[in-house]
Design a protein around this ligand. Structure first.
Ligand code: GLC
Length: 662
C-alpha cells in the first residue's frame, strides 16, 4: 500500500543514472537542523472533515487519502471547503505545544495531494477564497513561528493534485475533472504556488512528497527557481532524480541509520497522518521517546506528526503524549540535541549518542532495559571514563569498575526516569570502541556442516571463537578465513576480539539450526496454477472461503492476469523442482502482503499492507519436486510480487517456469 516505497525505488533507478551529486552532509546550512533533532509534522487539510468516512463508507487507507481511496467525485470533495471553519485554530498555541514537547522545528502541509491550499493563492481552491473561515493558516503559523523563533518548513505536494486537471496521474483518474496534462499542471499550479509560498513565508524547509511522474526536466524547473534560496533545505521527494538535502524514511527507523546522509524519520502517532475519527491506535509515550532516542543514536532526526481536527485543534491524545515527551526532554534533552550517532555498532539493552566536550567526549547512554543487578556493563570501550552520572541528577557520581572488556557502572543509586533513563559517561578523548565481531554466513540453517565468517574493527586484534556454547577465551580457536564445522545438532557460534591475550570486546553469538531435508513429491506439467480474486483486505484473507474471479496457469508467480490495479488477490499452487539436496534461501518480495508455503510446513510471512518489502526463508530440501504455494493481496498504492531463490554457494535467481510444475 505505501506509496512512497515504490517511489523510492523509482528514485533509486533514476539516481543511479544521474551524475553523482555532492553529498550535503557537511553543508553548513544543515547545522541548525542537525542540532534540532526533533520536529513537528502537521498534516492539515480538507480531509480532516470526512476524517475517514464518506457516504457511509470508511476508508481503509490513511485518512488524507480518502478522496482517491473512495473515488469521491471531485466537485463533491471540493464542497467540503464550504464546511471548513476551524475557528478553534490557534497558531501560537500550536507553536507553544511543539516547544513544550521539545520540538525545534515544524513542517506544515501547505498543500497535500487533495490540491487544497492552506494559504491564500491565485489558485482559488484555498482556505481564504473557498471557505467560510477565510483566514490564511500558513500565514498565521508563519507569524507565530517568527514570534517564538521556531523554524518553519512547508510540505508541498508537487506531483499529485487530485482535484486539478493533470495532477492525478499516479492515482489514475476516476473523474473527468482530473483529465489534463501533468506538465501543464506543473506550470499552472505547482510552480506558481511554490513561488507563492517561498515569497510570502520564506520557509526554512520545503518538504516535497511522492516523486512519481516528475521528469528531470520538470524537476529542474523547481530547482532552477529555488537556486536563489541557497539556505533552503529540501528533502529527497521532488522526483526527476533530484536528491535534495535529506533522506526521508517513512514510518520506520533504518536499522543502522543512513551513514553519510542527513536523514529524518517521519512517523505518525496513531496510524494516519490526516485526522481520522476512527483511528485510536495511539503509540505509547514510551515508544515515542524511545523512537527519538533510537533515531538520534543512528544520526537522524525525528519528525513526529499531528493531525488537527476540523475545528483546528490537535487531538487530545496527541497533546497528552507531546507534553509527556516534553517533560522527558526537559530533563534529558542534552542527550538528544546536537548529538551524533553512537560509536557502538549495537547494544541489546539501550542506545548511545555522543557529543564532543573540548578534546573529550560525552557519551549519553539511554538504558531501555534496566540491569536487574544494578550493574550496567559497557563492553569494548577503550577510553578512560572520567566521570559517570545520571543525566537527570548530575550530582550523583557513579562508580565505574573496569573488568576485562567491560566498564561496569554501578547504577543502584539511580532513580529511574519514566520512559528511559540516561547515564552520562564523560570519557577521555574521542571514543574508541571495539565492537563485538560480526558473524556472517549464507544461511541460518544447515544439514551437516556450518560455514561462517567472522570480522571485527579492533586495531591489532584477533578473533577467537567457540562452537560448543562456552564463552571464548584467549586460547579458543583463532578465526582465519571461512570457518567450516561439521555438526549434528543446533550449534551456537560465540566470538570475541582479543588483544595480547585479553578480551577487548563483548561476545557476539549466533545459533544455527540443523534441518533434515524435506522429501520430494511427484511430477506434473510446466507452469503454476493461479486463482485471481477481487476485494479489499488489509491482511491476507482466507482465500479458500472466497470465489475466484478467474483461474488458470501462468509461467511463474506473476500478477499479470489481474483485471484491476488497486484491490485484488492471488493464490498460486504447484511444485518446484529442486536440483540437488541442499539448503536454499527463498526471497519473497511483495507490495502489499504475501505468504510463501513449502511442502505445507515451511511458511514465510510477509503479510499486512506495506510497500515493496522482502522477506527471506532458509530451508533444507531434498533433490526432487516440492509443493509450493503463494498467497498475495494488493491494497491500493504500489503493487508487485516476486519470488527468487538461491542455492548455497550459487547465484540468486527468479523461481520461473524452468523449475515450476503443477
Ligand atoms: C506519503 C503519503 C502522505 C503523507 C506522507 C508523509 O507519501 O502520500 O499522505 O503525507 O507520506 O511522509
Amino acid at each position: 500500500m505505501k506509496k512512497f516505497n515504490i517511489f523510492a525505488l523509482a528514485i533509486l533507478v533514476f539516481a543511479s543514472n544521474l551524475v553523482a551529486q555532492k553529498s550535503k552532509i557537511d553543508d553548513p546550512k544543515m547545522d541548525w537542523w542537525k542540532e534540532a533533532k526533533f520536529g513537528m509534522f502537521i498534516h492539515w487539510g480538507l480531509y480532516c472533515i470526512p476524517s475517514g468516512e464518506w457516504n457511509g463508507k470508511k476508508t481503509t487507507n490513511i485518512a488524507e487519502w480518502i478522496l482517491t481511496d473512495l473515488k469521491i467525485p471531485v466537485a463533491e470533495y471540493k464542497n467540503y471547503a464550504n464546511q471548513f471553519n476551524p475557528t478553534k485554530f490557534n497558531a501560537e498555541e500550536l507553536v507553544l505545544l511543539a516547544k513544550e514537547a521539545g520540538m525545534k522545528y515544524m513542517v506544515l502541509t501547505a498543500k497535500h495531494h487533495e490540491g487544497f491550499a492552506m494559504f491564500k493563492s491565485t489558485n482559488p481552491f484555498n482556505i481564504v477564497d473557498a471557505t467560510p473561515y477565510k483566514k490564511d493558516v500558513v500565514q498565521q503559523l508563519a507569524d507565530a513561528c517568527k514570534k517564538h523563533n521556531m523554524p518553519l518548513g512547508l510540505y508541498y505536494s508537487q506531483a499529485q493534485d487530485w482535484t486539478h486537471p493533470g495532477g492525478g496521474m499516479y492515482c489514475k483518474h476516476w473523474d473527468a475533472a482530473q483529465e489534463g496534462s501533468f506538465s501543464k499542471y506543473i506550470d499552472d499550479v505547482a510552480l506558481p504556488q511554490v513561488k507563492e509560498i517561498m515569497e510570502k513565508f520564506n520557509p526554512r524547509i520545503i518538504w516535497w512528497d511522492t516523486p512519481a511522474e516528475m521528469t528531470p526536466a520538470e524537476a529542474k524547473k523547481f530547482t532552477d527557481y529555488l537556486a536563489k534560496y541557497p539556505n533552503l533545505i529540501t528533502n529527497d521527494r521532488l522526483g526527476g532524480g533530484v536528491h535534495g538535502d535529506l533522506e526521508t524514511p517513512e514510518q520506520y527507523i533504518p536499522a543502522t541509520g543512513i551513514p553519510g546522509k542527513n536523514w529524518e524519520s517521519c512517523m505518525t502517532m496513531n496510524g494516519t497522518w490526516g485526522f481520522s475519527r476512527f483511528d485510536h491506535n495511539w503509540k505509547s509515550t514510551e515508544t515515542l521517546v524511545r523512537n527519538l532516542v533510537d533515531i538520534a543514536s543512528k544520526g537522524g532526526n525525528y519528525l513526529l506528526n499531528v493531525g488537527p481536527t476540523p475545528e483546528g485543534e490537535v487531538p487530545m491524545p496527541s497533546i497528552e503524549r507531546l507534553k509527556e515527551v516534553g517533560a522527558w526532554m526537559k530533563e534529558n534533552g542534552e542527550a538528544i540535541y546536537g548529538t551524533k550517532a553512537s560509536p557502538f555498532s549495537q547494544l541489546a539493552w539501550g542506545r548511545v549518542t555522543q557529543k564532543a566536550k573540548g578534546s573529550n567526549t560525552m557519551l549519553y547512554v539511554s538504558v531501555f532495559d534496566w540491569p536487574k543487578d544494578g550493574k550496567l556493563a559497557i563492553s569494548g570501550l577503550e577510553n578512560k571514563v572520567l566521570k559517570a552520572y545520571p543525566l537527570a541528577n548530575k550530582n550523583i557520581i557513579l562508580k565505574v569498575e573496569v573488568k576485562e572488556a567491560e566498564k561496569i557502572i554501578d547504577v543502584k543509586a539511580v532513580k529511574q526516569s519514566t520512559f528511559t533513563t540516561v547515564i552520562v559517561l564523560e570519557i577521555k578523548g574521542k571514543p574508541v570502541v571495539n565492537n563485538s565481531p560480526s558473524i556472517t554466513s549464507e544461511s541460518s540453517v544447515f544439514t551437516d556442516k556450518i560455514e561462517f565468517n567472522l570480522s571485527e574493527n579492533t586495531v591489532n586484534g584477533e578473533i577467537r571463537y567457540t562452537t560448543d556454547g562456552t564463552a571464548p577465551t584467549a586460547v579458543s580457536a583463532l578465526a582465519n578465513g571461512t570457518i567450516s564445522v561439521n555438526a549434528t545438532q543446533n550449534t551456537t557460534v560465540k566470538a570475541a576480539s582479543f588483544v595480547k591475550g585479553k578480551r577487548v570486546s563483548a561476545v557476539s553469538e549466533v545459533t544455527y539450526k540443523i534441518e533434515k531435508p524435506l522429501s520430494p513429491a511427484y511430477a506434473g506439467k510446466p507452469g503454476i496454477k493461479y486463482n485471481y480474486y477481487e476485494g479489499s483486505w488489509e491482511k491476507l484473507p482466507d482465500f479458500s472461503k472466497l470465489t475466484p474471479v478467474k483461474s488458470g496457469v501462468v509461467d511463474n508467480f506473476n500478477i499479470n492476469e489481474r483485471k484491476v490495479d488497486l484491490y485484488y488477490g492471488f493464490t498460486f499452487d504447484g511444485y518446484i523442482n529442486v536440483p540437488e539436496t541442499d539448503v536454499y534461501a527463498f526471497y519473497l518480495k511483495s507490495d502489499d502482503g504475501s505468504k510463501l508455503i513449502i511442502d505445507d510446513v515451511k511458511i514465510l510471512g510477509n503479510d499486512g499492507t506495506h510497500g515493496m518489502d522482502e522477506k527471506r526463508l532458509d530451508v533444507a530440501l531434498e533433490k526432487g519436486l516440492h509443493k509450493i504455494s503463494i498467497q498475495f493481496f494488493q491494497h491500493g498504492g504500489g503493487q508487485g510480487l516476486s519470488l527468487e531463490w538461491k542455492q548455497t554457494g550459487k547465484n540468486r535467481k527468479l523461481v520461473d517456469k524452468s523449475v515450476l510444475s503443477y
